[in-house]
Design a protein around this ligand. Sequence first.
Ligand SMILES: Nc1ncnc2c1ncn2[C@@H]1O[C@H](COP(=O)(O)OP(=O)(O)OP(=O)(O)O)[C@@H](O)[C@H]1O
Length: 304
Amino acid sequence: MPNVIETINLTKQYRNQTVVNQLNLEVQEGQIHGFLGPNGAGKTTTIKMLLDLITPTSGRIELFGMDLQENRNEILHNIGAFVDSPSYYGHLTGYENLLVIQKMLGKDEEAIIETLETVGLLHAKDKLAKEYSLGMRQRLGLAFALLNKPKLLILDEPTNGLDPSGIHEIRQLIKSLAYEKGYTIFLSSHNLNEIELLASHVSLIQEGHLLYQGSLEEVLKEGDQVEIGTNDLLQAKDLLRHQGFETELNKEKGILTTHGKNQSLAVMNQVLVHAGFEVFHLYRKRRTLEETFLALTGRSEVRQ
Ligand SMILES: Nc1ncnc2c1ncn2[C@@H]1O[C@H](COP(=O)(O)OP(=O)(O)OP(=O)(O)O)[C@@H](O)[C@H]1O
């Protein structure tokens, strides 16, 4: 799979603050790639550099395999973006709002109806945008991004401010854009539950550094925790250590815990039972993306 987005040691400094630090991102075709990080981590700054709205201090950006600085126009024609709340004319209808863009770009009207249908606004095409609900306005924002059939969608917090049903609707729309229409989607979000339900891949940044990138499945496995309950925890811990399994004693819960995807439950069970321990329970507990995120960033809570 070719990389649609690749950043090479991408760095942005403001005065003496390094906001994005040697970032090497890779987003491949067809991914819904969640870009995660606490407040101030550098997500919006990165997105602005990808859209050539601000210039990197150092490093490079390649989009569709081309250098952004050298092929700016060709690249930006193939990107649809949704950054901040999109601005629209309240006194114009949904249709007319899209028409303004097409006229400005010298494009024809044909794509408008199809785009309104894709984002589920066809029924409201003649309604004034100021009468749209917040969810409908977000859809109109996505329609702006989709209008000229880009290959890549870059969305900064597309569900910001929506209620749960609005979030659900936008989630379904984003999924269908990726999996039915073939768009590659790069989106930032604070909402980790949302990303867990939506993304195929994630990147996690903190203070401008990339902490993790990979498939959602992999990052969740990374967070897996194995819990073991036996009749003698300290002796079991010793035995397991001799067999190559490091565990931690959780006195409060009366269990041993261990991390990592390669821990073999069956082997640990066999070792313990063979040595005469009573194994009350031994299972792999899957962490949520939020728990994994907190473990990876060393934070105790997600700051919104
Ligand atoms: N134009 C600017 N001048 C100086 N500092 C800036 C500028 N833009 C952003 N910053 C700083 O860069 C850091 C990263 O900001 P950025 O908006 O990229 O973070 P973010 O991850 O998008 O956060 P949030 O989730 O809060 O939007 C912050 O400390 C911010 O204050």
